[in-house]
Design a protein around this ligand. Structure first.
Ligand code: ZN
Length: 135
């Protein structure tokens, strides 16, 4: 296996292509427009509807656990007021997912290829000489 699971995680956390490691997940000059395929290695990035929904749920899950839950705990322990918590939760529920959008797309690709690393083109076995199926 040329691309290891450690490399897949490192590339996923730094928003890089899981196959070649280049910063090619998003179209140059855009914030939210994802490439259908990596311009460097040709890996299909936008695979199907499940990839969008998966990254969306991952995004909201991280927002819930890492932002909304701490706001709730702070309000529950009366460290911040209820009105402050409501405003923070309302604004954060929109702003945090927008800020995590790019990362969540990368995290979902990382998640997929972490469990199925042999689906990466770089990890496909070399065709064996004399094997007629690959011709
Ligand atoms: Zn690539």
């Amino acid at each position: 296996m040329k691309v290891t699971r450690v490399q897949i995680v490192a590339r996923g956390l730094t928003n890089r292509c899981p196959n070649c490691g280049e910063r090619t997940l998003f179209k140059a000059g855009t914030l939210f427009e994802i490439n259908r395929a990596c311009p460097s290695c040709g890996l299909r990035i936008e695979r199907d509807e499940g990839f969008f929904l998966g990254s969306l749920s991952l995004n909201y899950g991280v927002t819930l656990v890492c932002f909304l839950l701490p706001v709730l705990v702070l309000a529950y322990n009366k460290i911040i007021g209820t009105n402050t918590a409501i405003v923070l939760a309302g604004v954060g529920a929109i702003l945090v997912p927008a800020l995590l959008y790019r990362s969540s797309r990368s995290w979902w690709l990382m998640n997929y290829y972490f469990f199925l690393p042999l689906h990466l083109p770089a990890n496909k076995p070399e065709p064996v000489a004399g094997d007629d199926e690959n011709i």
